[in-house]
Structure formats: structure tokens, C-alpha cells
Design a protein around this ligand. Structure first.
Ligand code: 13P
Length: 253
């Protein structure tokens, strides 16, 4: 059985310590009390340490939104896996916003996945097709390629530890989520299919795969009823107090 996981990707919001702590202090104990679903907050780097401290008494997980693959070096503005290890447990890698605006490639995502696992960080690897690819019927081929590239060179044990987030680009921040049935099909056939090709069926069944893109408290339950969907990567709705309700509804399915 795969334990579902709901992660809140704050993106470039709540980056000031006072506003991040004000928010976390209002949700932490309720969020902590929810059973049966892993819950993770992924705030900006500037508040990671403060949020880590605020959730220390809880079982809430903490993640970063990106990192470099090298342990240290002359990389101005970058954050290394060594800096994150011990501070948080997860790291989002290959988010489409970073692929589009920060030169993230399949190759750099793969390097980062290796580096994360080497430092006991669980990668949340984002994949997703854009609208043109979707409409041209290229989703299966494109996502399959992203998954194979991200996981290239891992051992079976390492692959099983990864989390994948299926985030179609046209669903991010648009209010137009994929249908739960479509998300279920892409995750089951395409993503687990690609994992199974390289790492075998048991690994494909072990990997947790989230859906992301306009998930909110109203539609989360429909996604959670889908057998292939193991939770959600939530953007905008993770910045509101009713993120707690979203996670409660996810847990009650
Ligand atoms: P929204 O939930 O705001 O659509 O963002 C999804 C996302 O990109 C999470 O990583």
C-alpha cells in the first residue's frame, strides 16, 4: 500500500519569516493531527530554517523547491544538497516553471535526482506536457521520456524512493485541472509504465505519484478516489488556511 502524500509548493510566496511563521503557526497542529496522509510544506529557501523550527514538534515534512546537484562550488545563488540535508526531507525537482525559466533540462533533473538520493533527500520529480503536446496526442510519449530521463542510472531501490508529480502545464494556476480519470490514466499507463520498463513492475507499483495543477479543497477528493493517484502537489491552495481542509478531505477518501 502506498501512503498518499500532499505537498504544498509555496513557490515565491510567504518568503518573509514573519509571514511564513504566522501562516505555519495557524495550520501546524491541525495539519499534524491528520492521519493516513503524509503532509509536506515546501516554502522558499529564505524561510526553510524558520519553518523547520516551527514544525519541529510535529510530523509535518519539509521540502525545498529546487537545488543544485553539486555538493559545493562556485555557483552563485545556488543551494547544495549538503545544505539541505538535515534541514528538510524532500526537494521538488524539475518543476515546469524552472524548466521553462531556469534552464532545467532532463539531464540536470537527472543529476539532481542522483544528488538528492545520495543525501537522503526524497526527490519530488515534476513531469508534465504543455497544451500543444496534449492536443497533438503526444502526452504519452513526452511524459514517458521525462520519467525515463529523470530516473536514468538509479538502482531499483533508489527509483522506488522517488516521488513523481504529474503536473500538466495547462493545469497549473489556471483553475482548469485535469479530469481525475485523465490523471489516473497518465499516471497508471504512462508514468508507471515507463518505470516498469526499466525497474520492473514491483518498483512501478511502489513509487508514489501525485497529481498537480489547480488542486483545491473542492476537487481533491475526486483525485484521491483514483487508484493510481497517490496525493497531490498543491500550489495556490497550499497558501490558504483551508489547505488543512484540503488535506483532511484527502485523508478521508
Ligand atoms: P496550482 O495548484 O496553483 O495550480 O500549482 C500547481 C503547481 O505547480 C504545484 O507545483
Amino acid at each position: 500500500m502506498r501512503q498518499p502524500i500532499i505537498a504544498g509548493n509555496w513557490k515565491m510566496h510567504l518568503g518573509r519569516v514573519d509571514e511564513a511563521l504566522a501562516f505555519v503557526r495557524r495550520i501546524r497542529y491541525q495539519l499534524n493531527g491528520i492521519e493516513g496522509v503524509d503532509r509536506v510544506l515546501c516554502p522558499p529557501f529564505t524561510v526553510l530554517a524558520s519553518v523547520a523550527e516551527a514544525i519541529r514538534p510535529t510530523r509535518i515534512g519539509l521540502g525545498a523547491q529546487t537545488m543544485h546537484w553539486e555538493e559545493q562550488g562556485a555557483h552563485t545563488g545556488e543551494i547544495s544538497p549538503m545544505a539541505l540535508a538535515g534541514l528538510c526531507q524532500y526537494v521538488i525537482l524539475g518543476h515546469s516553471e524552472r524548466r521553462a525559466a531556469n534552464n532545467e533540462s532532463d539531464d540536470s533533473v537527472n543529476r539532481k535526482v542522483h544528488a538528492a538520493l545520495a543525501h537522503d533527500l526524497t526527490p519530488i520529480i515534476c513531469v508534465g506536457e504543455d497544451l500543444a503536446q496534449n492536443e497533438a496526442g503526444q502526452t504519452h510519449e513526452f511524459i514517458g521520456g521525462q520519467v525515463r530521463a529523470a530516473l536514468a542510472g538509479l538502482t531499483v531501490e533508489q527509483a522506488a524512493q522517488c516521488i513523481i508529480a504529474y503536473e500538466p502545464l495547462w493545469a497549473i494556476g489556471t483553475g482548469k485541472a485535469a479530469t481525475p480519470a485523465d490523471a489516473n490514466r497518465v499516471i497508471g499507463l504512462t508514468i508507471r509504465g515507463a518505470i516498469a520498463e526499466t525497474f520492473g513492475e514491483a518498483t512501478a507499483q511502489a513509487v508514489r505519484v501525485q497529481y498537480g495543477g489547480s488542486v483545491n479543497a473542492e476537487n481533491i477528493a475526486a483525485f484521491m478516489t483514483m487508484p493510481e493517484v497517490d496525493g497531490a502537489l498543491v500550489g495556490g491552495a497550499s497558501l490558504k488556511l483551508d489547505f488543512v481542509e484540503l488535506v483532511q478531505r484527502a485523508a478521508s477518501v
